[in-house]
Design a protein around this ligand. Structure first.
Ligand code: FE2
Ligand code: FE2
Length: 147
């Protein structure tokens, strides 16, 4: 069954993202790293660690900087630096997709491929939800133009 994604307010959507997509990454990234270390696929393991390191910083920036700014916008009608913070996250989603693509390529013949693919597919949905749903909602509320 498809989950119902709350889009009533940007902060409701941000909280949903943290509770679902961020929580899944925090659970699965280290577990898959441990499993990969045991398979002896060094190149895939290294690529996974690089992606996991990138993501752990990215999630922290969203949860500690961007999402609190969104809450501030809803509370007070204004939040400084919000457009720049969204652009930075958008830029990071692009950078993340090339790390993700490398892991997909390297995991083609891995015994963990199904599990890796499931997590990367969820990551792609997650980034689209932020770029295509959350950020436009924030821009609308803040009165930014579409850029
Ligand atoms: Fe996120
Ligand atoms: Fe993100």
């Amino acid at each position: 069954m498809q989950a119902v994604v709350p889009t009533a307010s940007p902060s409701a959507l941000a909280n949903y993202i943290v509770g679902t997509h961020h929580a899944l990454l925090r659970e699965e990234l280290p577990r898959i790293a441990t499993a990969l270390r045991e398979t002896g696929q060094a190149e895939l393991y290294d690529a996974w660690l690089e992606l996991a390191g990138f993501l752990s910083q990215h999630l922290a920036k969203e949860e500690e900087i961007l999402f609190p700014m969104i809450e501030e916008l809803e509370r007070s009608g204004y939040s400084a630096c919000l457009a720049g913070a969204m652009s930075q996250m958008n830029y990071e989603h692009v950078a993340m997709s090339s790390l993700e693509e490398r892991v997909r390529q390297l995991s083609m013949r891995s015994s963990l491929r199904t599990r890796i693919t499931a997590l990367l597919d969820d990551l792609a949905v997650h980034a689209c939800l932020e770029d295509d749903e959350l950020f436009p909602l924030v821009r609308e509320l803040a009165g930014f133009d579409g850029t």
